[in-house]
Ligand binder design. Structure first.
Ligand code: AMP
Length: 216
């Protein structure tokens, strides 16, 4: 199953994508995680991406598309994948659509996590990530067992550099301008399924499994 996660920053895409990957046994491909890994490793791509990420801006399309198109053709994607944070613009979606059509593949569903801006900001403020493995937490909604320590790997939980109010507001502006147009784009292809993010983690998960199981 080839799945795209749509939704504003902080809408819960990453959390649900991680769970989808675990349960449906497909890789979770997060372009944000790929960039953060490159930043950590001091690669050329990481250095160039960081300039944009620190300001809450999108990284230019040409840095992103080839990277994802190459990634989905790795062996572990034979049964599908869940894309989180890609595509982020109409040109990215068009390039991606063309590439997968050429390979005789298609997207099965685009899951849209819907949430109001005030709740997004509230969620962002409590968000923590593991500095070592990237696992996501929330101080209230999804706390780790031991405060400040990752359940998965024992790494330190930190606040993402772009999770501060100024940068986050910029990310929301970028989302509304450049990413939100993907909703009508995929609606035209009949692929969008909406999830009411307000309902919370478990009810959203129940909706998602209902949708994905109906596609099997
Ligand atoms: P995320 O972890 O998905 O919230 O992404 C963090 C940041 O990485 C974004 O604010 C962008 O600067 C950059 N980024 C991630 N994915 C993309 C993408 N598909 N296109 C452009 N920039 C991206």
């Amino acid at each position: 199953m080839n799945i795209i996660m749509l939704g504003a920053p902080g809408s819960g895409k990453g959390t649900q994508a991680t769970r989808i990957a675990d349960v449906y046994n497909i890789p979770h491909i997060s372009t944000g995680d790929i960039f953060r890994e490159n930043i950590k490793n001091g690669t050329e791509l990481g250095k160039r991406a960081q300039e944009y990420m620190d300001k809450g801006e999108l990284v230019p399309d040409e840095f992103v598309c080839d990277l994802v198109i190459d990634r989905i053709h790795h062996d572990d994607c034979a049964n599908g994948y869940v894309l989180d944070g890609f595509p982020r613009t109409i040109p990215q979606a068009e390039i991606f659509d063309k590439a997968i059509a050429n390979a005789g593949e298609k997207i099965d569903v685009a899951l849209l996590m819907e949430l109001e801006d005030e709740i997004l900001i509230e969620r962002m403020e409590g968000r923590r990530v593991c500095a070592k493995c990237g696992a996501g937490y929330h101080v209230k909604n999804m706390p780790s067992k031991v405060e400040g320590i990752c359940d998965e790997c024992g790494g330190e939980l930190i606040i993402r550099k772009d999770d501060n109010i100024e940068t986050f507001k910029n990310r929301l502006v970028e989302y509304n301008e450049k990413t939100a147009p993907l909703v009508p784009y995929y609606e035209k292809q009949g692929l969008v399924k909406k999830i009411d993010g307000k309902k919370g983690l478990e009810p959203c998960w129940a909706d998602i499994t209902g949708i994905l199981d109906s596609l099997k």
